[in-house]
Design a protein around this ligand. Sequence first.
Ligand code: NAD
Length: 261
Amino acid sequence: MAGRLAGKVVIVTGGGAGIGRGVSTRCASEGAAVVIAELDAGLGAETARLITDGGGRAIFAHTDVTDEASVAACVATAEAAFGPVSGLVNVAGIYPRATLDNTTVALWDRIMDVNLKGPFLTCRAAVPSMRKAGGGSIVNVTSTNAYSGWPNLFAYSTAKGGLLTMTRNLARGLAADRIRANALNPGWVISDNEIRIQAGDGHDLAWIAEAGKRQPLGRQQTPDDSAWSVVFLLSDESSQVTGTELNVDAGRSMPGQGGSG
Ligand SMILES: NC(=O)c1ccc[n+]([C@@H]2O[C@H](COP(=O)([O-])OP(=O)(O)OC[C@H]3O[C@@H](n4cnc5c(N)ncnc54)[C@H](O)[C@@H]3O)[C@@H](O)[C@H]2O)c1
């Protein structure tokens, strides 16, 4: 397939829903062969079907990013289907609201497992494949919350701060292998899960849309807003970009804007 990612083999964790589905479909429409590494079998298979029905190349690999064996199997599946991996997008993440006082040890461990240990395991498993490919690109989906540190996302923002540091570490350690690593910091993205969370707080779609008008750029963000930036970071257009962070947050993290989620 032609496109900005033609010839690339890209694993997208959490590709079943939200930002991950947006990234998966956009990568496929730009010519990548996409492996959807997703815990929810129904959603993962659905994303793969959406892509293949549209003429793109994709497979679903049932994956739990917190499980070493499962992640290794995902990379093996990707290689068997499409050849060595050239791109890894770590999107899988969870963001249950909890302050310091109501973060249990079990919740802390779960949030760290998915948001921080997951990317460690996927990078460690995918990098040998990228070396075979002669190089690659890792994109870690972090959050501007790593900086703004909202109190009701205590463990989550701590994990995303760790993921930013991991990204810099990967960039420095893997540059000699021509493997790049960058972070993408979304702001407030209206994914299905975010809609569910806002509904739980009594906020309907009209409230969400109204809040979007107060963003510096005047609307809420969609998964596709992040997906376009991921395409850039995976493509050869960014072949000299590593160890950096791209805020795709409608300007919410600009000084004086009050931070973002
Ligand atoms: N939505 C936002 O406003 C926002 C803002 C900043 C950063 N982010 C980050 O973007 C990413 C995606 O967010 P979203 O809103 O699209 O979430 P989402 O819940 O819609 O999608 C996350 C996907 O990850 C999958 N997943 C969860 N645990 C997994 C595991 N152990 N193994 C494999 N897959 C797993 C889920 O099944 C789901 O399909 C997350 O890392 C999140 O922290 C989101």
